[in-house]
Design a protein around this ligand. Structure first.
Ligand SMILES: Cc1cc2nc3c(=O)[nH]c(=O)nc-3n(C[C@H](O)[C@H](O)[C@H](O)COP(=O)(O)O)c2cc1C
Length: 182
């Protein structure tokens, strides 16, 4: 697989994507070997006054001073624009056993929150009940990330709950113990 160098200055507009379909499958396969956490990014869309959100596996801490997190969002996401419109949002780090919550919030259609128990953060954003950590954030910047946006958000407050995190590894949801066994 050959990949053209990317620049930090913005989209490679006008250039051909150097990855064909087989390369993309390889890329997904190789990256599936990197276990990630499963994080629900949720807010309230002021346009509907309803909770909106999606699951991300790309959530990471970015900076301590100031406290920043980063994650990537597919440009095709229909939920992110609503979360961003709402401003303050919550990131809930899902716990082992919250597979159903992950499936609900990663659906493309339907009422994603119908079977997701949540409580409001002090900013009013949904925090998923039973998560192992909650990070309340405010979007700061969106950068170009190819077919994704790189979202940088400022951390406003945080708290933790008991339990172990849900892990996504090789296309499967599980726990630390499962990923060690896989
Ligand atoms: C484990 C897991 C990790 C995911 N990580 C991301 C991610 O980092 N960024 C993203 O845009 N979508 C990610 N997705 C897919 C979105 O959750 C899903 O496409 C989204 O909910 C689509 O709904 P929307 O169009 O309403 O945003 C992930 C899904 C799963 C199950």
């Amino acid at each position: 697989m050959t990949t053209a160098p990317t620049t930090a200055s913005g989209p490679r507009s006008g250039q051909m994507d150097p990855m064909d379909h087989a390369d993309q499958m390889d890329f997904r396969h190789v990256m599936s070997h990197l276990p990630t956490g499963v994080v629900a990014v949720t807010g309230v869309d002021p346009a509907s006054a309803r909770p909106v959100g999606l699951i991300v596996g790309t959530f990471a801490s970015l900076s301590l001073e100031p406290p920043l997190v980063a994650f990537s969002i597919a440009r095709t996401s229909s939920s992110w624009p609503g979360v961003r419109r709402g401003g303050r949002f919550s990131a809930s780090v899902l716990a082992e056993g919250q597979d159903a919550v992950c499936r609900s919030l990663s659906r493309k259609s339907g009422d994603k929150f119908a079977d997701v128990p949540w409580h409001p953060s002090p900013d009013g954003a949904p925090r998923v009940n039973g998560a192992v950590a909650w990070i309340d954030c405010e979007p700061e910047q969106e950068l170009d990330g190819g077919d994704h946006l790189i979202v940088i958000a400022r951390v406003r407050r945080m708290s933790t709950g008991p339990g172990e995190p849900l892990v996504f590894h090789k296309g499967r949801l599980g726990s630390y113990r499962d990923t060690v066994a896989a």
